[in-house]
Design a protein. Structure first.
Length: 264
């Protein structure tokens, strides 16, 4: 007898898109219940999306995504695999790891955490801009944070960014070794990735996120500040012209700028 039963308290909703195999939705529902079994905080809802590409010869045609509402805090995970049942198994593992990581995160250091948190505090959803308490010509870099970048795939970086509620996530791409950033496009709502230097072809074929359309500028910090003053962007990812390393310049709530750089 299957012990994994739908709880009357937790709402587990599984949607499917495309030719999803029969039984995959029920399988995903059971796996989602298993993933949240050890969560001590109230789980308000669980949503999963299974998407099967119409073309079976496509690279990793099965994608599975989930978001768990843990006492008002969304924890997300998404994966791609060759088969839908394999994707659901991966999703369970990824989601359980994200839930455990979220519990450990409170008050601790993480990849890019403190500086990214300051950059995102008060305007964590795209489209919201921080207060501009300083005239553009008087804005300057008043905080500089340097840390070791995590070695990740762009998909994992998106999950970390969304789990923490940040506007961007700076990391080192596992495949290319380049400093990169993921963010949510304010116009389309889609996740995008940008890398210092040439874009990895693997990004082009990724089913879960797109490649930033604007080229990553290679410039000095002074030039980056001038760009920010002209464009009013909430943050700017650029490659330092002296070192080639990726940096993020962002608006603080006081109107000045903060700078995030990789530790050497």
């Amino acid at each position: 007898m299957n012990r994994l039963k739908s709880s009357p308290i937790v709402d587990v909703l599984v949607n499917s898109r495309g030719p999803v195999p029969e039984g995959a939705s029920d399988y995903a529902r059971e796996k989602m219940l298993a993933a949240i079994a050890h969560v001590s905080s109230p789980v308000l809802a669980v949503r999963a999306q299974l998407t099967q590409a119409a073309n079976p010869s496509a690279s990793r045609p099965a994608t599975a995504q989930a978001v768990v509402d843990v006492n008002g805090r969304p924890v997300r995970a998404h994966v791609a695999a060759d088969t839908m049942f394999e994707a659901v198994d991966l999703l369970q593992d990824r989601l359980a790891a994200r839930l455990a990581r979220t519990r450990r995160h409170v008050g601790s250091e993480h990849r890019g955490g403190p500086a990214a948190e300051e950059a995102s505090r008060g305007h964590r959803r795209h489209g919201r801009r921080p207060d501009r308490q300083q005239p553009a010509e008087e804005r300057r870099v008043v905080r500089h944070k340097s840390f070791g970048l995590g070695l990740q795939t762009p998909e994992d970086a998106v999950i970390d960014m969304e789990s923490m509620g940040y506007d961007f996530w700076l990391f080192t791409d596992m495949a290319s070794g380049r400093d990169s950033v993921v963010y949510r496009d304010g116009r389309t709502g889609r996740h995008r990735v940008a890398s210092a230097g040439a874009v990895s072809p693997a990004h082009e074929a990724g089913p879960l996120l797109g490649v930033g359309s604007a080229p990553v500028p290679e410039c000095s910090l002074d030039d980056a500040v001038r760009r920010m003053r002209l464009t009013g962007l909430p943050f700017l990812f650029f490659a330092d012209s002296a070192t080639g390393r990726g940096r993020v310049l962002y608006h603080r709530r006081d109107g000045h700028y903060g700078l995030i750089t990789p530790a050497r």
